[in-house]
Design a binder for this molecule. Structure first.
Ligand code: NAD
Ligand code: IPM
Ligand code: MN
Length: 358
């Protein structure tokens, strides 16, 4: 039996509350399968750790994580620690250190999930967002000149390398080919006259290698408008780091809310561990009350099973989640219910168990 070693980093705010349920569901899937199991090691890293030790994780944190098959992360962020410190020293550090250059974020309206678009049919909202996750606007380089002077200037670089653009766009073409769906590139070459002109050029070049994949290209402003007005236009979508960040929160809003939006940070070559997480933050406004929706974390767990090659169990986890949503009796307040985080986790695990053994 294969045992997967999972590094669990619950992090801050609602992170620990939702990951506990995600791990519960993963373990239930393992038990039902009889074919694999999980060995989870929990790391108390995050803002609490920072306030005590002056760093978000120990100095050898990345080396420790390297020995795991996957990382399961809750959320990072605490009003007592500046966000650019907490995020750059934990979440973004892991994405970068492990070259997790693919950020795979499903935007899919499940049965039973609320949608604010009054004319949209469920099937209209079914996108596979592929966000560049290693460079672009998140390169982390820039300069701060004449600090405190009247002529003060700050520059935040956007770094787009040929290697970086090609690998993410190629990954998107391969995904579209596999899913037999169209591929849309979202950029902004009318204003960003270096980075996005380059991005568009590479998209064009690669499209010649995939004549079987129908392609579309949108400017990001128009794309945001169409995601609301006519979401059925989008199937597989590839976009830069920052645009992908923003558009997937918009995606979450049309597909049931932040409590339902999951993401996988993949190193497709499997040279380093990949990381699975809900895309929401630490939600300080509801943290500590046991009412956060654990479904995004459960969905991320299903992505982990897919990535390990257990697509059958990934699908079953997602189906169990959808069954609980559709049933509608055990939902957290963000979905109009009165259930607690752990009641929702229990309900999904129970559904999975009812589905039987592999
Ligand atoms: P957020 O995602 O934490 O919260 C936005 C809104 O969504 C809030 O009203 C919150 O209550 C709600 N929400 C989020 N998750 C929910 C859940 N599981 N169930 C029900 N409702 C949920 O975004 P924010 O408020 O902009 O950020 C808070 C902190 O989290 C900041 O420090 C930010 O930098 C950080 N952050 C971290 C991550 C991450 O670790 N991956 C992602 C986004 C934001
Ligand atoms: C996300 C988050 C992060 C991002 C933040 C917290 C750095 O918003 O994963 O969507 O911008 O990538
Ligand atoms: Mn985000």
């Amino acid at each position: 039996m294969k045992t997967y070693k999972i590094a669990v980093i619950p992090g801050d705010g609602v992170g620990p509350e939702v990951l506990k349920e995600g791990m519960k569901v993963l373990k239930q899937a393992a038990e039902c399968s009889g074919a694999f199991s999980f060995e989870d090691t929990w790391f108390p890293w995050g803002c609490g750790y920072y306030l005590e030790h002056g760093q978000m994780m120990p100095g050898d944190g990345i080396r420790i994580l390297e020995g795991f098959d996957a990382i399961y992360l809750g959320a990072v962020g605490d009003p007592r620690v500046p966000d650019h410190i907490s995020l750059w020293d934990l979440l973004l550090k892991i994405r970068k250190s492990f070259d997790q250059y693919v950020n795979l974020r499903p935007v899919k309206l499940l049965r039973g999930a609320p949608c604010p678009l009054k004319d949209a049919a469920r099937e209209d909202i079914h996108m596979t967002f592929i966000r560049e996750n290693s460079e672009g606007e998140y390169a982390g380089s820039g300069s701060w000149l004449f600090k405190g002077k009247p002529n003060e200037v700050v520059i935040q670089d956007g770094v787009f390398s040929r290697t970086g653009c090609e690998r993410i766009i190629r990954y998107a073409f391969e995904t579209a080919r596999k899913e037999k769906r169209s591929l849309t590139s979202i950029s902004k070459a009318n204003a960003l006259n270096y980075s996005m002109v380059f991005w568009d050029q590479i998209f064009q070049e690669l499209s010649a290698e995939y004549p079987d994949v129908e392609t579309h290209s949108y400017l990001v402003d128009a794309a945001s408008m169409f995601m609301v007005k006519d979401p059925s236009r989008f199937q597989v979508v590839v976009t830069s780091n920052l645009f992908g960040d923003i558009l997937t929160d918009l995606g979450a809003a049309i597909a049931g809310g932040m409590g339902l939006a999951a993401g996988a940070n993949l190193n497709p070559e499997r040279k380093y561990p990949s990381m699975f997480e809900p895309i929401h933050g630490s939600a300080p406004d509801i943290a500590g009350r046991g009412i956060a929706n654990p479904m995004a974390s459960v969905w991320a767990a299903s992505q982990m099973l897919d990535f390990f090659g257990h697509e059958d169990w990934g699908t079953r986890v997602l189906e169990a989640l959808e069954a609980v949503l559709e049933d509608g009796r055990i939902l957290t307040p963000d979905l109009g219910g009165t259930a607690s985080t752990s009641q929702v986790g229990d309900a999904i695990a129970r559904k999975l168990a009812e589905g039987g053994k592999g």
